[in-house]
Design a protein around this ligand. Structure first.
Ligand SMILES: [Zn+2]
Length: 581
């Protein structure tokens, strides 16, 4: 749920929930919340709410079956269909076949690595890097034969067309128009999605006689390298457990780190971490340590990363790798301790960037210092202006450049205004949000009705009794009456089977279920809310009779009696201040 919603708005954890700006209506302060346990969302501003399917229906304009399909696809859950549109069915079959083809090919590369005499050198190379067979097998590392058509003919024999193999990125077209294997005489690393399904391959050339680039990946059309992370399927659990991800650049670095127990390691397939990759990680952890050449990534990419991470309250740190060494080298000489040390000593990304810029600068001349200020300003401008870390960094910069903090701050402000163009936006590339109207403020009566029903959900044993006593006359609206009836009939699992076409009911029941997790459902609180609602109901009746002439003595008497009982329950010393949030 959090991962899906995070594609549309930045969420941050607040106790057991996640909160953020509502993706459905314009707002400045967050009133949108997600309950990761119940897997529900609700906005107190525009009152939209529901489950993950409803979110996709509303936000990505999908039909319910499409939303189910999309999620099944993404999380590897088989969706059973009773009937299906033939075109959608064909597209799905095609995707399944390609996935199967990639999986089979991966298995073939693995067995070739371990069984073929021609893979001897590859086995030696990997052993020299200190990688055990167990680790290599766990990651599905393989070897692509040097022949031009091994994968091609095997695929054809298994019933795949050349077009399918081309679409899977396994073969490519030659100058004469024929097709041949894309990966030849290379060590292959299957890149998988978080669920472990093969998306494509990265392949490393072997030996000096190798032609072509050192690393060759599946073509971009097969999978998006900027949103995949090598090793995420095996690292996911450790990332969540340690609340941290270690991000490196090379496939073998990931393998070496996992082998040494740094199981929260993943690799990017480029020189910088991308916003998509950070979003994927931020669903599992609050910190990412970049154990890679952060200088090489380019400053723009790092500033973009910092912004995405900052918006998600994710901490990005840089472990400075010693010149010319990568994590795998560190592990072979010095063992895991040196690497562990580097990770522990990693500095926050902005600090790293500022230090690097100042180290590069010629601080002996005013022009050099000006230039350094130009370089650090965008870094500082990307930070939360109210954070202590930015204030500290501003002082450091002022100190090192021999100027005053006010000047540095003014320079950042100018940067902030000028650099606005690349500021927010990339958190939300989905469909434009409908400018939903903020909801009308609720009456005290409606708040109490909602609070009482939420308490009934929180404590179903007592709740059953109160739901039986509640009547439509107690409640403020037809919608609340429908909500009452629904919860009364579905007290055990109110979200199951909600009529999806009734958006209002879905929203109100969602809100009640989410509120139920936070309502202290004491007998006193429930009784008091019911008494209040009874009083409100009698007020209605008195008002209705007001024009009729006869003084509603009986009603007045009952109202007074209710007042006494309310006082009695309030006197029990319980704190019942029913504000429904
Ligand atoms: Zn909203």
């Amino acid at each position: 749920m959090v991962e899906i919603v995070s594609a549309h708005t930045d969420l941050r954890r607040q106790g057991e929930r996640y909160v953020g700006l509502c993706p459905f209506h314009e707002e400045r302060t967050p009133s949108f919340s997600v309950d990761p346990r119940e897997k529900l969302y609700y906005c107190f501003g525009c009152e939209r709410g529901g489950d993950v399917f409803r979110f996709l229906e509303e936000k990505e304009a999908l039909s319910f079956p499409e939303a189910v399909e999309r999620l099944g696809e993404r999380y590897g859950v088989e969706v059973e269909r009773e009937s299906e549109d033939p075109r959608a069915e064909e597209a799905r079959r095609r995707r399944e076949r390609l996935r199967e083809l990639l999986e089979r090919t991966s298995t073939f590369y693995v067995s070739f690595l371990w069984e073929a005499p021609k893979a001897e050198k590859a086995r030696e190379y990997l052993a020299r890097r200190g990688l055990s067979e167990e680790t290599l097998r766990a990651f599905g590392v393989g070897f692509a034969p040097s022949a031009w058509d091994q994968v091609l003919t095997r695929g054809q024999r298994a019933g795949y067309s050349v077009q399918e193999m081309h679409a899977a990125g396994l073969v490519q077209r030659g100058r004469q128009g024929g097709f041949y294997d894309r990966f030849r005489a290379r060590i292959t690393f299957p890149v998988r999605d978080p669920r472990g399904r093969v998306l494509g391959f990265g392949a490393r050339a072997m030996g000096e006689d190798a032609k072509g680039p050192k690393y060759l990946n599946s073509p971009e059309g097969v999978f998006k390298k900027s949103s995949a992370l090598f090793g995420i399927d095996r690292a996911r659990a450790a990332i969540a457990r340690r609340n941290r991800a270690v991000v490196v650049e090379g496939y073998t670095d990931v393998l070496a780190l996992h082998q040494e127990g740094v199981e929260e390691s993943v690799a990017v397939m480029g020189t910088a971490i991308t916003p998509d990759q950070l979003k994927l990680l931020s669903g599992h952890a609050e910190e990412a340590v970049l154990a890679m050449d952060a200088d090489r990534a380019g400053e723009d990419a790092m500033i973009r990363a910092q912004k995405v991470a900052g918006a998600r309250r994710m901490r990005l740190r840089v472990a400075a790798m010693p010149e010319g060494e990568d994590p795998a080298d560190l592990l072979t000489d010095g063992g895991s301790e040196r690497m562990g040390d580097l990770i522990e000593r990693a500095v926050d990304l902005p600090v790293f960037q500022v230090e690097a810029a100042i180290a590069r600068a010629d601080t002996s001349s005013p022009a050099g210092r000006d230039h350094a200020l130009d370089e650090v300003a965008p870094v500082l401008a990307a930070m939360d202006p109210d954070s202590v870390s930015r204030q500290e960094l501003v002082r450091t910069v002022a100190d090192r450049l021999d100027t005053d903090a006010g000047l540095v701050t003014r320079r950042i402000d100018r940067e902030g205004r000028g650099g606005r163009a690349m500021a927010p936006a990339d958190a939300d590339r989905g469909a434009p949000a409908k400018a939903g109207e903020p909801a009308r403020p609720r009456s005290a009566r409606e708040r109490r009705g909602r609070a009482l029903i939420a308490m009934c959900l929180a404590a179903p044993a007592k709740g059953r009794e109160y739901l039986a006593r509640l009547t439509p006359a107690h409640l403020s609206s037809p919608l609340m009456t429908r909500a009452l009836e629904w919860t009364r009939d579905h007290l055990d699992d109110p979200m199951a089977g909600l009529p999806r076409e009734d958006g209002e009911l879905v929203s109100v029941v969602t809100q009640l279920v989410m509120a139920s997790r936070r309502e202290p459902a004491s007998r006193e609180a429930m009784e008091l809310n019911l008494l209040w609602l009874e009083q409100a109901m009698i007020d209605d009746q008195i008002a209705a009779q007001a024009g009729a002439g006869a003084p509603p003595v009986e009603l007045q008497r009952r109202r007074a009696e209710l007042g006494e009982r309310i006082k009695h329950w309030e006197g029990q010393g319980n704190e019942v201040r029913r504000e429904e949030r």
